[in-house]
Design a protein around this ligand. Structure first.
Ligand SMILES: NC(=O)C1=CN([C@@H]2O[C@H](COP(=O)(O)OP(=O)(O)OC[C@H]3O[C@@H](n4cnc5c(N)ncnc54)[C@H](O)[C@@H]3O)[C@@H](O)[C@H]2O)C=CC1
Ligand SMILES: O=C(O)C1=N[C@H](C(=O)O)C[C@H](O)C1
Length: 271
């Protein structure tokens, strides 16, 4: 039997690519689509496909109550994602979280809800395979190099900061080892903001300019040498589809939260 998927944010840049990905996959079926402004429209039509005979719902609860659903996928907005995921869990549906804007405390709350319900959640700041390689390489480097900073580049209109990619990376790198600034930030002469923000125990610098989609750079410094690891997203949402659908296929067998697609692709980080 096909895995029944509901997509939150089905009319968006990523959501439309996911609707097409689900429709094209022989083992998946589109059971629901959520988008406030397109409620009532055909889910295929709003994604630029042939009509699917499935009406878009105005909110997550309506979609999950209307059709039996195995997995809820969220690509909505930083202001909506947490409530959407908690709603899905409360209705007994595991979730895959692509939307950015949540940090360690939000994920602790989501992890608790998932464990209480005995359900899985997979969240990843970036579901592209190559971005997951940046994450994994950076986590490995953080095991060996104590001094690092992250630069987070995105489009000028991005509403959240840092990006989901950079935030997850900073929090996970900080859990391995915190990067202590060589000169205490409180004692800096000049505007302290120039040194970026402390996210999870490392400095993150956000650049927001036209022409970027999303790029993340981790810079590791040691006496006499430097390592830079960088990922650049292009203008297509295609790279996020395979990783998101891999997470959807795997989340049904999980209990609790897995944060980071790299954990599904490459297993736990070697100690
Ligand atoms: N983890 C990953 O690999 C990726 C994460 N993202 C993140 O996913 C999110 C969505 O990105 P895009 O697809 O570019 O956005 P978009 O703006 O193109 O689409 C957002 C969708 O969510 C809906 N929406 C907006 N506000 C809402 C609200 N308050 N409640 C319910 N639905 C709402 C819109 O109607 C639309 O369908 C962003 O946070 C972005 O950073 C995007 C691409 C990849
Ligand atoms: O807002 C976007 O567009 C993206 N956001 C994600 C993030 O916040 O990390 C990543 C994706 O590459 C595009």
């Amino acid at each position: 039997m096909s895995l029944r998927i509901c997509i939150g944010g089905a009319t968006g840049w990523t959501g439309k690519a996911l609707v097409a990905g689900v429709v094209a996959a022989p083992d998946l079926a589109l059971a629901g689509a959520v988008a406030r402004k397109a409620a009532g429209a055909d889910a295929g039509t709003v994604a630029g496909l042939e009509p699917l005979g499935l009406a878009v719902a105005g909110d997550v609860a309506a979609a999950l109550k209307a059709e039996p659903t195995d997995v809820y996928i969220d690509y909505t907005h930083p202001s909506a994602v947490k409530a959407n995921v908690l709603t899905a869990l409360a209705l007994g549906v595991p979730a895959v979280v692509g939307t950015s804007g949540l940090g360690a405390e939000d994920y602790a709350e989501i992890a608790n809800a998932a464990e209480r319900q005995g359900l899985g959640v997979v969240a990843s700041g970036n579901f592209s395979i190559t971005a997951s390689l940046l994450t994994r390489f950076s986590l490995l480097a953080a095991q060996h190099v104590a001094d690092y900073e992250i630069i987070d580049y995105a489009k000028a209109s991005k509403p959240d900061v840092p990006s989901g990619t950079a935030r997850e990376l900073a929090e996970r790198m900080g859990a391995i080892q915190k990067s202590v600034p060589g000169h205490p930030i409180d004692e800096i002469i000049g505007p302290k903001e120039t040194r970026g923000a402390d996210v999870g125990g490392g400095r993150v610098h956000a650049v927001r300019l036209p022409s970027y989609v999303l790029a993340v750079e981790t810079i590791f410094g040691k006496e006499g040498e430097r390592l830079t690891i960088r990922h650049d997203a292009g203008t297509s949402a295609g790279p996020y589809v395979a990783g998101t659908l891999l997470a959807a296929r795997r989340v049904v067998a999980l209990k609790g939260l897995v944060r980071g697609l790299d954990n599904l692709l490459f297993g736990p980080l070697p100690q």
